[in-house]
Design a protein around this ligand. Structure first.
Ligand code: NDP
Ligand code: GDR
Length: 329
């Protein structure tokens, strides 16, 4: 019988790639969606518009992380073997503006799901999308699964709580619950207000004469950037093991925002020096530093390794934006 998976956050960047991956492995995939003012779900439209897939092997259910009764109903209906919990307010900068929502969705939302997992059979396997932001400004480089938590923003605090609660529920109630401690991962499906997509789209817009310049915050910031396709593979592998554990997923390489700018603008055939301006609106009240991951455990235990390089990813994202703009999108 086909395995069944439930994905919270299926309309997001990672959820859409994970849904594709699981469908290709013959899973029956169920996704949690929110009511929005338009029915547009651009990242999964290619799946929901396919009559061979939609309502045959892919099913969507309305629920909010703030509504446990609806969530419980979805779990009852979908009867999943595996739950991939990816939903949440995922923007670090915006978490300073809406800290309560961020905490409620990301921290308490995860606790609500864990409480449900506790009531169901311990056979349901649970993956929580944790973040390198739990380490904030670490003393160790690169960071592994044992590095102490030192978050420096509301988002990081919320993820730290959710990560610890996932550990507590695994250890106390015997749940098969794993944290994937995910470092930044990007793609052409990244939200437009995350820095890689913003830069690649900005370069394409300038190239097309739609924009004169691009405004950014701190271009000296460093991050460990991989590709989302590689990271959803890691999520799936984490749930296929004999025992539940936490894993860091990262490339182990640090690059600056400025390197993203250089790579994208050169791919678009532009001289970046002419087009970048700084705007204090995009500077953060506090910035995480030197977040670079050591994925040795995932490599050794799961056989996981990222396939995409930083340069390939940024060049491909830029080419994609140029194509979208040429199609008027
Ligand atoms: P996205 O922002 O692209 O997607 C977030 C998803 O969560 C969307 O489907 C969104 O729905 C859904 N969602 C948000 N709030 C709620 C809610 N209250 N109830 C139900 N659904 C909700 O994030 P990513 O795909 O990039 O990331 C997936 C997860 O991994 C997130 O938890 C993120 O914090 C975490 N993570 C991501 C990293 C990255 O670099 N991408 C790195 C580390 C961790 P809608 O479409 O309706 O807005
Ligand atoms: P991050 O990603 O905060 O690391 O969180 P983001 O792309 O937002 O920022 C990366 C770095 O770029 C700097 N920066 C800017 N960022 C944005 N968004 N816009 C700008 O104009 C800009 N200029 C400079 C930021 O200050 C930062 O240093 C992502 C999310 O996916 C989280 O959900 C996830 O947990 C972490 O990665 C790991």
């Amino acid at each position: 019988m086909a395995k069944r998976a439930l994905i919270t956050g299926i309309t997001g960047q990672d959820g859409s790639f994970l849904a594709e991956l699981l469908l290709a492995k013959d899973y029956e995939v169920h996704g949690v969606v929110r009511r929005t003012s338009t029915l547009e779900r651009t990242r999964i439209d290619h799946l929901t518009s396919n009559p061979e897939i939609y309502n045959k092997s892919l099913f969507l259910h309305y629920a909010e992380l703030s509504e446990p009764i609806a969530l419980r109903r979805v779990i009852d209906k979908s009867a999943p073997d595996e739950v991939y919990h990816l939903a949440g307010q995922s923007h670090v900068g915006i978490s300073f503006e809406i800290p309560e929502t961020t905490l409620d969705m990301t921290a308490t939302g995860t606790l609500r799901l864990l409480e449900m997992m506790r009531d169901y059979s311990t056979q349901i396997r649970f993956f929580h999308a944790s973040s390198s932001e739990i380490f904030g400004r670490p003393d160790h480089f690169p960071q592994n699964e044992t590095c102490p938590f030192k978050p420096v923003n509301p988002y990081g605090c919320a993820k730290a709580y959710a990560t610890l609660m996932t550990d507590v529920y695994r250890e106390t109630y015997g749940l098969f619950a794993c944290n994937g401690i995910l470092y930044n991962h990007e793609s052409q499906r990244r939200g437009e207000n995350f820095v890689t997509r913003k830069i690649c789209r900005g370069a394409a817009q300038i190239k097309a004469g739609l924009k004169d310049y691009l405004t950014l915050g701190d271009v000296t910031s460093l991050r460990d950037w991989g590709h989302a396709e590689d990271y959803v593979q890691g999520m799936w592998l984490a749930l296929q093991q004999d025992a539940p554990e936490n894993y860091v997923f990262a490339t182990g390489e640090l690059h600056s925002v400025d390197e993203v700018v250089q790579t994208a603008f050169i791919a678009a055939g532009l001289d970046p020096k002419k087009f970048i301006r700084q705007d204090p609106r995009f500077m953060r009240p506090s910035e995480s530093t030197r977040l670079v991951g050591d994925a040795s455990k995932a490599k050794n235990k799961l056989g996981w390794a990222p396939k995409w390089t930083f340069t390939e990813m940024i060049e491909s994202m830029t080419r994609h934006e140029i194509k979208l703009i040429s199609q008027g999108k």
